[in-house]
Design a protein around this ligand. Sequence first.
Ligand SMILES: NC(=O)NCCC[C@H](N)C(=O)O
Length: 294
Amino acid sequence: MKTTWQSDTGKIERIIVKTAVAAFQNEQTIGQQWAALNYPSAPDFTIAKRESEAFIALLQSLGIEVLTMPANEPLTLDSIYVRDTAIVCDNGVILCNMGKPARGDEPAAMRRALEQWNIPVCGAICGAGRIEGGDVAWVDERTLAVARGYRTNDEGIRQLRALLGDCIDELIVVPLPHFRGPSDVFHLMSIFSPVDKDLALVFSKLMPIPFREALLGRGIELIEVAEEEYDTLGCNALAVAPRVLVMSEGNPKTKARLEAAGVTVHEYRGNEISVKGEGGPTCLTRPLRRSLSR
Ligand SMILES: NC(=O)NCCC[C@H](N)C(=O)O
């Protein structure tokens, strides 16, 4: 069985998460931070802990080795969304440089954790470059898509291209629309979640036409997120294996569309850890190695 880090749809072997206990710390911390971080309301710490434990147990039940980030870092609630701190390629991990200023210290914490786990870091976005991991997704093993939005800038994309070197044949740059403006969380993975090598979940209304055409041109079939489920993170689904997804509960129409296409959907309850912080299952996880069946 071939393994690669350059896939968002192969079977996940190892994944990084941060528990709600480690990221949210306690009720007082939540109370001090949620409004300044732009959360629509304050997560409930007790329920968040339960949701986080169940989410991690679900990943483990799917045969995934889960690595958990340490708690003792002076970071914010947003540090639960580990995806945004790092990008992976077959040379190792590329650390991001966050577009949201309040999250600026998260990549350094990820670097320390990776060093402890002996996971190679092959580069970091630095200086004026900005990139968040939620803006990046593998379209296939040699093609990476990166959004240009409020969290990821041209200099970040330039550095990413240089760091990837011959790991890729193509970097598809996806310019994002303004939508709800700079204070909103709007990443590539807000409108695009790979499901299999020839299937993706998308929200076409907010997709640039060239990117949509590029996916269709590669033979990738697109399933539409139900419009009323956009705000409940219907578009943010984590492929744990080809056509096997983990999704936040509360997106029944989108779930039914996926199941009709032969996709298996595992739901988790994510009102506190996902909906309130606006980060779905892809944001809550940094998958590392995946295996490909061919
Ligand atoms: N990849 C993602 O979509 N991450 C979600 C991050 C949510 C967090 N509240 C943020 O504003 O950065």
